[in-house]
Every structure is written in structure tokens, then in C-alpha cells.
Design a binder for this molecule. Sequence first.
Ligand code: ZN
Length: 161
Amino acid sequence: MKLYKIKKSNIDKKGLYASKDIDEGTKIINYIGKIISKKESEENNKFDNKKDIYLFNLNNKFDLDGDFKFNTARLINHSCDPNCEVEGTGLKLWISAIKDIKKGEELTYDYGFSYDKDYKQFPCKCGKKNCVGYIVRSGSRWRISKRFKKQKNSVSNFFQK
Ligand SMILES: [Zn+2]
């Protein structure tokens, strides 16, 4: 039996949800796709930041393009307080639980986006207490937290649109 099912999500259009209780450390689903070179991903406008991207950084030469229907794991949303992480190398990537997950909970992991001038293109709607409002990897969120406080009004206006 699969450990997940696809459902409508509050974070994005769709998400994956635990279809039963999952123990910490369990491998839940493989993240599958095609390996492409960084050069290809830079030149291909399919990976334009304005579109949904499922590009996985493998190392400094290659990415994994996970933008395929058969890659169900692409539906897993980012959260600032995730219950999963990505493990493995190369084409052997999988999503595993980093805490005990209850049946019905949405599966999430940290997309690990770096902090740069474009971070505002990726608002985060995870709704967790520690949410900084944007999809940025945990190690860089302090940069936004500072700004987040300063610009609280403009950020909430942004979400009301
Ligand atoms: Zn968040």
C-alpha cells in the first residue's frame, strides 16, 4: 500500500498527504526525473523562475529535472517546518520522513532555495508558526526574518491580492 495520496492542498493546488501513520526515517516515495546539465537548465526557458519548477540541484554540474507526470513526488510542497527531507544522490533520490507523521498530514520538505534578490518570486503559504513568507532554505531564513518584520505591511498586502 502506498504511504501517500494526492489531494488538494492549502499550500499549492495539490499536495501529497500521508495515507497512514508514517514512522520517522521511513522512505515514502522516490523522486524521479531526468538528469540534465546546468548549462541546459540555464538555457532552457522551461526553467524560467516564473513557472513551477521541479529542478533539483544534484551537484555543480548537473540538475535533476523532475517535471514529469510520472514523478508524483513533484507534488510535495515546501514548508518552513517540514516533516520530510530528500535523501540520496544522482537518480536515486527519495523523500523520507524526518519525524513521525500522522495519517492525513500533508507531506512537506524544505525546497532549499537559496536566498537571492529574486526570493520574492516564491511566496510560502505553509502556514507554520516559523514561516518567513518565502521559500528559502532554513539556513538563510534569518535574512528574511529581519526584513519580514520591517516590511510586515507590504508582505500582508502581497498575500491579500
Ligand atoms: Zn513557510
